[in-house]
Design a protein around this ligand. Structure first.
Ligand code: ADP
Ligand code: ADP
Length: 225
């Protein structure tokens, strides 16, 4: 379980989120929506422990991020996969090397890791692109690769920040299907998007809560979507 407890987040004195409490139960699927600049990325950073709240607590699997020592936070982050909006690949490494990177930081790849990597590349439809450099990939390929990299560490929670922001509708649907599959495997998904059509498409296939950031609060969006 990860949750925000009475979190206020300010940048330079002006509050972006005020006294927000919200829970993300194991195995749940959450959409996070709201206009550009509302604080979606900020909320994801709080959930990942990249940002510590100005006030309140972010509980990551029962421990407040503010109370974690550096190494404990690093271990906790290995239970959370993040798909960044800008993908953040290393330009000089191949696609396969980039996806394997989170594991290589922990040591050499085992034969089982190599098999997982090969399986993941097939799963996201990029097996034929494994030797390509990031700059050679299309937007959709980059986003699928970013998802594969997030999944490589077998996290319990996956946070995705506008993964469909720069891809066409068909690719957006494909990314959504991958996230739904991960959710069916029991993973908690938090997907930030302002694409209401994507949310509508998902709601016919998966039980998802839609959270909306508005007026510095996180609200549960109604059936009006
Ligand atoms: P993200 O969801 O990662 O913040 P956006 O496209 O929403 O991406 O915003 C890109 C950048 O522009 C961010 O740094 C964001 O804070 C900033 N930004 C977003 N909306 C506004 C706005 N209305 N006025 C000024 N800056 C904004
Ligand atoms: P969203 O993802 O909903 O577009 P963000 O969380 O990226 O929103 O940003 C929300 C607001 O916070 C924006 O107005 C942005 O300018 C501001 N902001 C984000 N990150 C920082 C930062 N590190 N320092 C100062 N202001 C920031």
């Amino acid at each position: 379980m990860i949750e925000l407890q009475n979190v206020t987040q300010s940048y330079g004195g002006s509050a972006l989120l005020t006294d927000v409490s919200v829970q993300f139960a194991p195995g749940s699927f959450h959409f996070l929506t709201g206009p550009s600049g509302a604080g979606k990325s900020t909320l994801l950073k709080l959930l990942y422990g990249e940002l510590r709240p100005t006030r309140g607590h972010v509980q990551l699997f029962g421990i407040a991020s503010t109370n974690m020592a550096r190494d404990q936070l690093a271990r906790t982050r290995r239970r959370i996969g993040v798909v960044h909006q800008d993908c953040r690949f290393l330009d000089h490494l191949s696609l396969a090397e980039n996806i394997a990177l989170p594991l290589q930081i922990a040591g050499q790849l085992t034969p089982a890791d190599r098999q997982n990597l090969a399986d993941l590349l097939v799963w996201v439809g990029l097996a034929h692109r494994s030797d390509a450099l990031p700059a050679e990939l299309s937007g959709g390929e980059r986003q699928r690769a970013a998802l594969a990299r997030a999944v490589m560490i077998d996290p319990e929670v996956i946070l995705a920040d506008e993964p469909t922001g720069n891809v066409d509708w068909e690719m957006a649907q494909r990314l959504l299907q991958l996230l739904i599959e991960l959710n069916k495997m029991g993973k908690t998904i938090v997907l930030a998007t302002h694409d209401l059509n994507l949310i509508r498409a998902a709601k016919t296939q998966v039980e998802a809560r839609v959270l909306r950031i508005r007026d510095r609060q996180v609200q549960l969006a109604g059936a009006s979507l």
